[in-house]
Ligand binder design. Structure first.
Ligand code: KDG
Ligand code: MG
Length: 412
C-alpha cells in the first residue's frame, strides 16, 4: 500500500479550518487537522508547497518513520507552522491505520482506560449575576466542571467574556465560543493586572458561596502575569480550591514557574501554545506544572502527544488537552482517542463547535452527562463533507490584542 493523493481543504463555516486528506492507492482516506488560528494560510502553503509531494508513494503504515522524516528533513525544527503541518500528516495516517484495522483509534493506542472523558466548559460573565447564569446554563447542559472567566471593574472589553457580545461579522456567535474575529485587523481590548488581581478572588469567593465546594472550577490567566504576580494570584485563590490555574505566566521563561511553585499549591496547567515535548522538558521534569495543555493539532499529532503524556506520567502529571473551537473536530477527535487510552488523563476542555461546523465535519463523538467519548467507528470517527466545506470560503480572522491604560501592548 502507499499514499496516492493528498488534498488540502480550507473551509470557514464560521471560522477557518485547514484539513489534510490523504488517500491510499486502495482508496482508504484519513483526515488531519492543520488549523493554526489567525495564521491558517501559512500552514496551507507549508503543506502544499513543501510536504504533500514528499508523501506520494510513501507507505502509509510507517507513521513513526514519516513523522521523523518530516521533522528531521526540514532541518528547521519546531515552531507552530511546521508542527501543525506535521500533525495533520500524522493524524491522517493514524486515521488510515485505524480504519484499515477496522478499529476506533483508541484501540490501537492500547484500548480504553475509562468510560468517558470528563469535560469542562467555558462559563463567563461581566458581572457575577451573568457569570452565575452562565455556570447554571453549563450545568443544565451536563457539564460537571467549568472554567470561570470574569469581567474586571474599569475594563471595557476582555477576551473570553460572553457579555462582550458578538462581532459584527458573526452576529449571534457568542464571543467566548470564538476568540478570533473576522475582519482585516485584530480587535483591541484593554487590560490592568492590578485590578484583575484584586477582583478575581472576590469572584471565586462568590462562585463558591453560590455553587458550593464540589464543582470543579478552572481559570485561564492567558499569560498576562509576571511570575510574582502569578504567585500572588495562585495564593489568593487557594481558599477556593481551583482544579487548575492555566497559563498564569508566559512559559517561555520556564524558570519563572519555580517562583510560582514556591508560593502556591494551586494546581497549574500550561502548554496550549507549545509545539513539542521539548517545550515541556523542564516543566515536567522539575514538576513545575500539574497538567499538560498541548493539542494534537499544534504539537505534531498523536505520535508525540502520546510520548509527552508517557513522559509526564512518570511525574504524576496529567492531561488537560487544549480544546477550543480552533482545534477542528478532526484534531479534537484525535486527542479524545489519546485521552481515552492513556492512564494519566486529567480533564478535557470542550468548546462546542457551531452547527455550521458540525455540518461540514460529521462526527461520532458524543457529550453525555459531562463526559466525552470519541465513538467506536473505525478511525477517528470524523467525515468531511467536501461539498459543504466548499460552500464556506476562507475569510481572514484574527485573535485580539490587549493594551494597558497607557497604550502598552500586553498579552490578552
Ligand atoms: O487560538 C487561541 C485560542 O485557542 C485560545 O483563546 C483558547 O486560551 C484558550 C483556551 O484555553 O481555550
Ligand atoms: Mg487557554
Amino acid at each position: 500500500m502507499s499514499i496516492a493523493s493528498a488534498e488540502i481543504i480550507v473551509t470557514s463555516p464560521d471560522r477557518n479550518f485547514v484539513t489534510l486528506k490523504l488517500t491510499t492507492i486502495d482508496g482508504v482516506s484519513g483526515l488531519g487537522d492543520a488549523t493554526l488560528n489567525g495564521r491558517e494560510l501559512a500552514v496551507v502553503s507549508y503543506l502544499r508547497d513543501h510536504v504533500v509531494q514528499l508523501l506520494i508513494g510513501r507507505d502509509e503504515g510507517n507513521i513513526e518513520d514519516t513523522w521523523q522524516f518530516l521533522y528531521r528533513s526540514a532541518y528547521w525544527r519546531r515552531g507552530p507552522v511546521t508542527m501543525a503541518a506535521i500533525a495533520a500528516v500524522d493524524v491522517a495516517l493514524w486515521d488510515i491505520k485505524a480504519k484499515t484495522a477496522g478499529m476506533p483509534l483508541y484501540q490501537l493506542l492500547g484500548g480504553a482506560s475509562r468510560r468517558g472523558l470528563l469535560a469542562y466548559g467555558h462559563a463567563s460573565g461581566k458581572s457575577n449575576a451573568e457569570l452565575f447564569e452562565s455556570i447554571r446554563s453549563h450545568q443544565e447542559q451536563g457539564y460537571r466542571a467549568v472554567r470561570v472567566q470574569a469581567g474586571v471593574p474599569g475594563l471595557k472589553s476582555i477576551y473570553g467574556i460572553a457579555s462582550n457580545a458578538t462581532s459584527a461579522a458573526n452576529p449571534g456567535v457568542r464571543y467566548d465560543h470564538e476568540p478570533a474575529q473576522r475582519g482585516a485587523l485584530p480587535a483591541e481590548e484593554d487590560w490592568d493586572t492590578r485590578s484583575y488581581l484584586r477582583h478575581l478572588p472576590t469572584v471565586f469567593e462568590a462562585v463558591r458561596n453560590e455553587f458550593g465546594p464540589e464543582l470543579p472550577l478552572l481559570h485561564d490567566g492567558h499569560h498576562r502575569m509576571t511570575p510574582i504576580q502569578a504567585a500572588q494570584l495562585g495564593k489568593s485563590l487557594e481558599p477556593y480550591d481551583l482544579f487548575w490555574l492555566e497559563d498564569c505566566t508566559p512559559a517561555e521563561n520556564q524558570q519563572g514557574l519555580r517562583i510560582v511553585r514556591q508560593h502556591t499549591t494551586t494546581p497549574l496547567a500550561i502548554g496550549e501554545v507549545f509545539n513539542t515535548v521539548w517545550d515541556f522538558q523542564q516543566l515536567i521534569s522539575e514538576q513545575l506544572i500539574d497538567y499538560v495543555r498541548a493539542a494534537a493539532t499544534h504539537f505534531g499529532g498523536v505520535t508525540p502527544l502520546r510520548k509527552a503524556m508517557d513522559f509526564a506520567a512518570q511525574f504524576q502529571i496529567r492531561s488537560g488537552f487544549h480544546g477550543p473551537t480552533d482545534v477542528s473536530p478532526v484534531g479534537f477527535a484525535a486527542q479524545l482517542h489519546v485521552g481515552l487510552a492513556i492512564h494519566n488523563f486529567g480533564i478535557q476542555e470542550y468548546m462546542e463547535h457551531s452547527e455550521a461546523t458540525n455540518s461540514v465535519f460529521q462526527q461520532t463523538m458524543t457529550f453525555r452527562d459531562g463526559y466525552l467519548h470519541p465513538g467506536d467507528a473505525p478511525g477517528l470517527g470524523v467525515q468531511l463533507d467536501e461539498q459543504a466545506a466548499a460552500s464556506f470560503p476562507y475569510e481572514p480572522a484574527y485573535l485580539p490584542v490587549s493594551r494597558l491604560h497607557d497604550g502598552t501592548l500586553h498579552d490578552w
